[in-house]
Each structure stands twice: as C-alpha cells, then as structure tokens.
Design a protein around this ligand. Structure first.
Ligand code: FES
Length: 556
C-alpha cells in the first residue's frame, strides 16, 4: 500500500500484525474506518514557548485541520523542531540542517499522503521545506504571519530594525536605559514574526513565489482572520494536491527559483534568503548557483517600501495587496511559465490577480522605486566563491570604498576588542571564523560601530565577514564571504591590509600581492571545547554559503 494510514508498515516481521496494532491504536484515538479511509495529511507544526513568534500558531493549526477535513482528508498533527531566533545559542542557523533532517525522516517514516508545515521564525521555514522537498510528498507551507506594528512616542516602530536602531542610539548615548526598557514593550507587540522585511517575511514571500504556499498567503498578520483563512485554504488545497500528485519536483523549477531571486531583490529582502534558496534548489535538483542569483537580482530595483530598506511594515504590504500585487508590478521581469501551488502557471494566476489596492504607497511602480539596487552578489580576490551585499540597506557613499582592514578572529575576539582597537571611519572591519564550518554562521556580520566612533556620529562603516546578518539589520555589510576564513583568502587578511569594495562592478578585493599571501598561514577559528555531537558532525561535512550551507548526501 503506497497511500493511506496503512502505508509504510512498522517493521515487526509480520505485516498483518503491523496493520492490526496500527488499527488498535487508531481506535484508541477515537478513529474508525470513516476517518482512516481518507487521504492522510500530516500537519507539522512548530509550536514552542521558546519561539514567541509562533504564539498564534495553535489557532492556525486548528484552521489548517479544519480545511483538510472539509476537503475530505484526515489531518494528523505532529511537532517539528522549532527554531526561535532570539532564544537559540549560538545561532538558529546551527540547527536549520538538523530540522531539515528531522522533517524529512518524519515525513518518510509516518503514513501521510501530503504534508502541511507550519513555520515562521527565520530558519523554521527553509528547514522544514528542505526536509519536505527531499521527502517528495505534496507539500504546502503555512507561515505564522507577521506581527502588527505599534507606535512609541508617536513613531511607528517594529521588530527588529528599530530594536537595532534604538540599541545603536543607546550605545551612542542618545537613548537612556529607561527609554530602551520602555521601547522594548512595544517593539514586538503581538504574536507573529518580525513585521519588517527580515528573514521570516522574506522567506514567507519567496515560498509563495516558489509555489510551495498558496498565493496571497505570505503577508496576512498573525493575529488576523485573514491568517486563519489562509490556514483553512491551505488545508483544503493540500487534499487536492494529493489527488493531483503535485509533488515538489513538479512545482519547483529553475524558473521558480529565478523568479524568487528577482522578487528577493524587489522586496529589499534578507540576504539570508540567498543561502536558503541555494540549499532548496540543490535539494530539488535544480541547477542554480550564487552567480545565477546575482544575475537575476542585478538591476532589479527595490519596489517595496518596508524596513530596513524603506519605511513601512508587513501589514502595510498586506493592506496594499500583498505578494500578488507585487508580482503584478514585476510581471515583465518574471518567467510566467513557473508553476504555482494552485497547479496553474504564474501567468494564468496573475491574469486574475489584482494589482496594488489603491490608495497605497508601499508598492512602488518599477519606474519610481524605493532604491535602485536591492541585492548584489560580489566576487573578487577576497571572495573567490562569492559574497552578498544588501545595497538597499547600505550607505551610498560606502558602496565604492577602499580602506585598511581591522581584523577580528571570531565573535568573542570582536566583542573583547571592538571598542579598544585603533580605528577610523575609513577602516574596514573584517570578521572571520564565523562561516558554516567554523561557527554555523551566526548573525554577527553587522559588527557594531566602535563606541568611540558611534559617539562622534559615525553610523556606518564597511564591514566584511563570513557571517550572516539579520534581515532586519542595515549598513554597508558584506556577508557570506566564501570560502570562509579557515579555507579562503579571508583567513589571510592582516590588520592594515587594504580591502576594496566596488559594488557597481560587483568586486570585493584584498589589495595584497598574491606572492605575499602565499607565505601567510590561514587563521583558524577558536575551537569550542564543549562542542556537541551535532555541531562537530555538521562542522565536518557542511558546505559553504555559496552552495547553501547544507549537509551533503553521500551517494554511492
Ligand atoms: Fe522570530 Fe523575528 S524573532 S521572526
């Protein structure tokens, strides 16, 4: 049996007995044949008190199950790992691949004909989908949805772009301890994911563009009825997807990934999405390199006015028509043959989709964008395999810059010496020892401005690292340098070496004679003495950021 509740029997060496005990325990749970003759839909959720952004998820889970039942399926919920961004140490990225492993095995091992996955906080969505794409059953993601923004002292603020801005102002002495405590009560005022264009919002939107979530589902706020209706609609749709056998390999294509890269640039999305798209493409056996992403994003302006590249919030984007309205504006740049989660082509879908709901100011026409360039993929002698820069969140005067390096070996070294080092506004802050193998890619790339310079009003400097940066952060920050420090030229940089960024030509160079570099030894990351089995295993096998930082599947 390849479908239904009796597929994949538990191995007791007696298939009849396996079926008998399975029906016994289903009976104990109150099910009978009227339930178990239906398509079985697994509903993987990531409810956790440690993932505060998911606190509205129990109601969303009920909504998905209601939709599955209405369409004639039997919903069976199961928990997945939940990766709450701000409660995990050293970084949630350390566990994305572990979540992917877990979800793949849970989908393969349990009897389900299709799966709906409930995620939201940054790594939950790519981790769940990496597992589901590999498992190969019909799949839909339902995201938690963003928070709704509130105001502090008359100004709309939100997590976590304003958390960072306010903390920087506090470090510079412009906000008191009392101010910071007061602001912390309104920066994340409702359930839901960060309501700026951070990684959670970016991935929610890209998953919709990839065809792994129902159109129009990404932006509905977590506490809204719209969000619950997304859940019901997704529950209904997954039962049809089982009938149509619309598996991820029939949805995902090079077109859908290139469309996602274009949308990533147009929304001013998180640089983290580049790593996740590359990992998902590899899982889906789609040929996609970091330079393909760079080619797709080049010359795509930012048309969505959300923080950190702009001023608005995700609820503004939802009120303006959400992702379908953005796609309508971008139609001329997209491959309309890509498949949506409805099984139609993107072109067919957009024929019936409306453009932005007027009046609105958050979705701009291509001719009058928020910023000219969203995301740039760099290459050069300091990053032979690539690096990324969110140009829309950078300072225009630093996009062409040459300066002497001030080098830090790992986060601990940076934290210990940052406020003591000899540094000027022209210096280039270089951080290494934060790549996928060395440290699991913490979001440490937005190195704080040294206190002395911050106090003098310096708000941005060129920063270069093999780390990531939160999608909610801003500044002229080059990230994901590949190969990471312990394997590439980044590990050869010394204090005072000249580093040059030319964003227009996509170059990041170390201006040191190659013969001199040959004589230098690579800096090695500090090794954590109390490291765990998983961290040790991942460090040995994980790929570089330019390949998605996934763990390989050893074939043959
Ligand atoms: Fe969960 Fe921002 S902390 S989405």
């Amino acid at each position: 049996m390849t479908s239904g509740i009796y597929q994949g029997p538990t191995s007791y060496g007696d298939p009849g007995f396996s079926r008998f005990v399975r029906s016994t325990f289903l009976s104990a749970a109150g099910y009978d044949e009227g339930d178990t003759d239906r398509p079985i839909i697994g509903v993987g959720h990531s409810v956790s008190d440690f993932t505060a952004c998911h606190r509205e998820m129990p109601a969303l889970l009920d909504a998905v199950k209601r939709g599955v039942a209405q369409a004639g399926g039997l919903p069976l919920a199961f928990p997945t790992m939940s990766l709450g961004e701000v409660f995990l140490s050293p970084t949630s990225m350390m566990f994305r691949n572990l979540l992917a492993l877990e979800v793949e095995e849970l989908i393969r091992a349990q009897p389900m004909d299709g799966v709906v996955l409930l995620g939201g906080c940054d790594k939950t969505v790519p981790g769940q989908l990496m597992g589901a794409v590999t498992a190969g059953r019909p799949t839909l993601e339902v995201v938690a949805g963003p928070m709704i923004a509130r105001s502090w002292r008359g100004e709309r603020v939100g997590a976590c772009t304003d958390c960072r801005r306010m903390w920087s102002n506090h470090r510079a002495g412009q906000l008191s301890e009392e101010d910071i405590v007061s602001a912390s009560t309104v920066l994340a005022p409702t359930g839901g994911t960060c309501m700026v264009m951070g990684t959670a919002s970016t991935m929610a939107i890209l998953v919709e563009v990839l065809g792994l979530a129902v159109p129009g589902s990404a932006t509905a706020p977590a506490p809204s009825g719209d969000r619950l209706r997304v859940g019901v609609a997704s529950g209904r749709r997954i039962v049809s997807m089982f009938s149509e056998q619309l598996t991820p390999d029939r949805v995902l294509s090079r077109s859908s990934f290139l469309n996602s890269a274009i949308v990533l640039a147009a929304i001013g999305g998180s640089t983290n999405a580049v790593v996740h798209l590359l990992a998902l493409a590899r899982r889906a056996n789609v040929d996609l390199t970091i330079h393909d992403v760079g080619t797709a994003t080049a010359r795509v302006p930012v048309i969505v006015d959300c923080r950190p590249s702009g001023a608005g919030f995700l609820d503004d984007l939802h009120n303006a028509g959400g992702v379908p309205a953005v796609l309508s504006e971008l139609e001329s740049k997209l491959d309309l043959s890509a498949t949506t989660a409805l099984g139609t082509s993107l072109g067919e879908y957009l024929e019936n989709a409306s453009g932005p709901i007027t009046p609105q100011t958050v979705i701009r026409p291509l001719a009058t964008p928020v910023a000219e360039a969203g995301l740039i993929v760099l290459a050069g002698s300091l990053a032979p395999d690539g690096a990324v820069l969110k140009a829309s969140a950078a300072s225009p005067d630093l996009l062409r810059h040459r300066g002497p390096a001030v080098v830090f070996d790992g986060v601990d070294d940076m934290q210990a010496r940052l406020d003591e080092v000899d540094v000027t506004p022209d210096s280039v802050l270089v951080l290494r020892g934060c790549g996928p193998a060395a440290a699991g890619m913490p979001e440490a790339g937005a190195i704080p401005i040294p206190r002395r310079l911050a106090a003098k009003g310096v708000t941005d400097m060129l920063r270069v690292s093999d780390a990531r940066m939160s999608g909610t952060a801003f500044g002229t920050v080059v990230l994901h340098v590949a190969p990471e420090g312990q394997y590439g030229p980044l590990g050869l940089v010394r204090d005072g070496d000249l580093v040059e960024l030319d964003a227009d030509s996509g170059q990041l160079d170390l201006l040191v004679d190659p013969e001199v570099l040959k004589e230098r030894r690579h800096a090695q990351p500090n090794v954590e003495l109390d490291t765990t089995r998983w961290r040790t295993l991942q460090a040995q096998i994980v790929g570089q950021a330019s390949e998605g930082a996934d763990i390989p599947f050893p074939r043959g």
